[in-house]
Ligand binder design. Sequence first.
Ligand code: NOJ
Length: 585
Amino acid sequence: MLNRWKSIFLVVTIALCLAAGSSRAQQAPPQSSKPEHAHQKAQDPWWKHAVIYEIYPRSFQDSNGDGVGDINGITSRLDYLRDLGIDAIWISPMYPSPLVDFGYDISDYTAIDPLYGTMADFDRMVSEAKKRNIRVIMDFVPNHTSDQHPWFAESRSSRTNPKRDWYIWRDGKGTGQPPNNWQSWFGHSAWKFDPTTSQYYYHHFYTEQPDLNWRNPQVRKAMYDGMRFWFKRGVEGFRIDAVSRLFEDPNLHDDPILPGKNAYGDPNIMHKYTDNLPEVHEVLREMRRVADEFPGDPVLISEADEPNIAELTKMYGSKNDEIQLPMDFQMADVNRLSAPDFRRLLDEIDRNTAGGQPHYFFSNHDQPRQWDRYGDGVHNDQIAKLMATLLLTTRATPLMYYGEEIGMRTTDPVRKEDVQDPIGKIGWPQEKGRDGERTPMQWDTSKDAGFSTSERPWLPVPTSAAEYNVTAESHDPNSILSFYKRLLALRRSEPALRKGSYLPLDRENPFVLSYLRKDSGKGDAILVVLNMSAETRTVSFDLAAHEVKEMSAIPLIAAPEIGGESTMLTHFTIPAFGVFVGMIH
Ligand code: NOJ
């Protein structure tokens, strides 16, 4: 299946690679991996070894029967999250919002939307999470506000309003002519004419999401104060939305046109003048300074769909003074089971010149779920376990998406009239929107999978919930959920998996991805072998180059299950899509 975001990003990626001349192909293969101590300080910050779990609040648990998930619903499921074994939750926006983009259009940065509950509910959730050693990370949306935000109401009221310059206002080129050819990420012109003052405002996303002007110091101050507000309430980090889009060329150059048309029927363009402008890094440094005002190593995570390792590395900051965890979209978007592709990306990020901590994910609220994207239609459950192992056994800080641990699948609407996500309405039928990856969490086999008691949840519960749900899978030792739990427990108990170095093995193998995680402290080494093909494969490992003399491994986790017998490394057979994680001894 084509990943819809990938198809949009691809255009930008190709364009940026051409422009920057910095494709992966230009990088020499690694000679050897960095020594382990290069990645570690005396005491690592918590986020370096945490497993983060994204909650889309509308869809996790409805506590009041209105068909939409809420804060008290999340609180009621904290025991589940603790038992699952995650360390932090990132919750997509719950701020007051007209919900045009389901919360990514904020009308007040320092309040909770009544749809999700009250500030007291929020405080209780944070405190209950803390009791279970779960940290709370909020979403922060700095690029744009809602058009219903009082700042925008002021800004649009007159050309001389003190907040006029808080947004990007420009004259058109002529009657009915926007200022230039810039396009919204969500289709069509990025300029909207506002009759009150006869000027256009710029919106990188929906027309209801006007972009803030980050060149205005008052905007910066207001936004940083917004971050401080939540830090003071016990939040331990932010996932920062769309950071690469914060600035636009002040001279309004037209973006270059590329061949072909996108899903909205617009010409493809390269977002050269609206994406990744150098000033972004100035803001990221300032945001980091705000985070650093607070104790406990708060974390900044960026949504940064960077096209290559060079751009991704910049997100850490030249002095490691920007984002601690830039999400790695290149890993997320491989979209095929390819050992060479994953190996190359793992190598690249492991050797990033900033020494930054990698941050991997495969699913989120904008991407079709990994069960479908990586599944081959026949072995999807086994492949779900394979992807779980890849996510949870590398050196990266893993980011899970609710429901991936039970094998939830993408369930797109079948009729345009059922679509909730506006991009699905604009782009139907080619672009069905993101409802498919946002369906309610599947807790059990009761009505609407235990998500809600309402007549009609905001999105329908997929039929797969009858089989794939928390209760059923908790009782099945071979379920995807049981597998995730075992892996998460293993990651917690084995320092080699959390902080060991990453040592790629068998580097030319086209089908099997293998690596060692080696802990300098105890000297433990854990072997991970992932067969990314539909056939049984036999591989041979010689670990002498990594100062490992032992010739066999004892399985810690394997799928399909194998006995507890140790396996010889010189003749190692792994079944189709098989997973092996074993302690070298
Ligand atoms: C990225 C968010 O993940 C997505 O859901 C949202 O629509 C856009 N940014 C705009 O905020």
